[in-house]
Design a protein around this ligand. Structure first.
Ligand SMILES: Cc1cc2nc3c(=O)[nH]c(=O)nc-3n(C[C@H](O)[C@H](O)[C@H](O)COP(=O)(O)O)c2cc1C
Length: 318
């Protein structure tokens, strides 16, 4: 066979994936809180090439977030305690949603609240306006706020109640973002699935702490904060593996992804898609190179569709 035709055939790897009713052109999505509102870097990076963008957590009212210092570098990672600084849902609707009409990729709005009613109110406000947001990621796993967030994510009943309430008010994609700071992440995933979530994403940051021995105080104002970056990748992959055994809805893998090989580890463990977080600080276009690396892997191992390899490592123990 002509070498050119052969190469064309080999590069026909279907990178698209479906989560709920939503089609993603590829499985690489940027993670909440690490890519702003999705529009900030569009002059530097062709964001339309991403499978999707998850915006930073939006709350009912604007939040300043926690006092500084709220970020510190750690071995193979970083600690953050931003505390959900954001402009609040009303400004998000008036200032950010209109910018998405030409963005060319799937926008997933991440929301956070302190009560079930707060989450409901945010979604109702967004549902009442016209937008091309494809869905919501429900942050029930933020370790850096005093009330709400992780309180839901560590409790099966609260997770179920919240997901059920939100399922009733939107037909858009509903993704529940899980915390690794629990005894049994799979059981929380099962509660989200039972209550009608279309997918779960895992993991949010891992609770961590770092101390300045000379000042004899925590390097982060809130003392405890959230660890992200390569240091947490094995925790993320193990979480996806455990969740894959327990549920049938898609999983979006998050935690410490730096390159295409890391993405593939997550996919083989059971993730249908992934989110890239901390790596965006090094290079906001880093996720684009991952897409190309996965295509090369597909060519090497003659994989016709990325969804063919989802969970192959975990499924033999399912
Ligand atoms: C500075 C920073 C801010 C974050 N803000 C949010 C947020 O607003 N909402 C949320 O659900 N997750 C937030 N996260 C968590 C990330 O979305 C992601 O789950 C976590 O960082 C693990 O992925 P990574 O190791 O690729 O960064 C934040 C992470 C970082 C580093």
């Amino acid at each position: 066979m002509d070498l050119f035709i052969q190469q064309e055939m080999l590069s026909l790897i279907d990178m698209s994936i479906k989560i709920g009713k939503v089609l993603f052109k590829n499985p690489i999505i940027t993670a909440s809180g690490t890519f702003g509102y999705g529009t900030e870097v569009s002059s530097l990076v062709n964001v339309s090439k991403f499978g999707g963008i998850v915006t930073k957590s939006i709350t009912l009212n604007p939040r300043e977030g926690n006092p500084p210092p709220r970020i510190v570098e750690t071995p193979s990672g970083m600690l953050n305690s931003i505390g959900l600084a954001n402009i609040g849902v009303d400004q998000y609707i008036s200032k950010k949603i209109p910018l998405y009409s030409t963005i060319g990729t799937n926008i997933i709005m991440n929301i956070a609240g302190t009560t079930v009613n707060e989450y409901i109110e945010i979604i109702k406000k967004v549902e009442s306006v016209s937008s091309n947001i494809v869905g919501y990621e429900i942050n029930i796993s933020c370790p850096n706020v005093k009330r709400g967030g992780m309180e839901f994510g560590i409790d099966c009943d609260l997770t179920e109640k919240l997901t059920e309430s939100l399922r009733k008010i939107t037909e858009r994609l509903l993704i529940v973002k899980l915390s690794p700071n629990v005894t049994n992440i799979a059981s929380i995933a099962q509660s989200a699935e039972k209550a009608g979530a279309d997918a779960v994403s895992a993991i949010n940051t891992v609770v961590g702490m770092s101390i300045d021995i000379h000042k004899q105080k925590s390097k982060v104002y809130t003392k405890l904060s959230g660890l992200s970056g390569p240091a947490i990748r094995p925790i993320g992959i193990a979480s996806v593996h455990k969740i894959f055994q327990a549920i049938d809805i898609p999983i979006i893998g998050i935690g410490g992804i730096t390159c295409g090989n890391d993405v593939l580890e997550y996919i083989l463990a059971g993730a249908s898609a992934v989110q890239v977080g901390t790596s965006n600080y090094r290079d906001p276009g880093i996720a684009l190179s991952m897409i190309e690396e996965i295509k090369l892997y597909g060519e090497k191992y003659i994989i016709s569709s990325i969804s063919d390899i989802v969970g192959v490592v975990s499924s033999n123990t399912k």
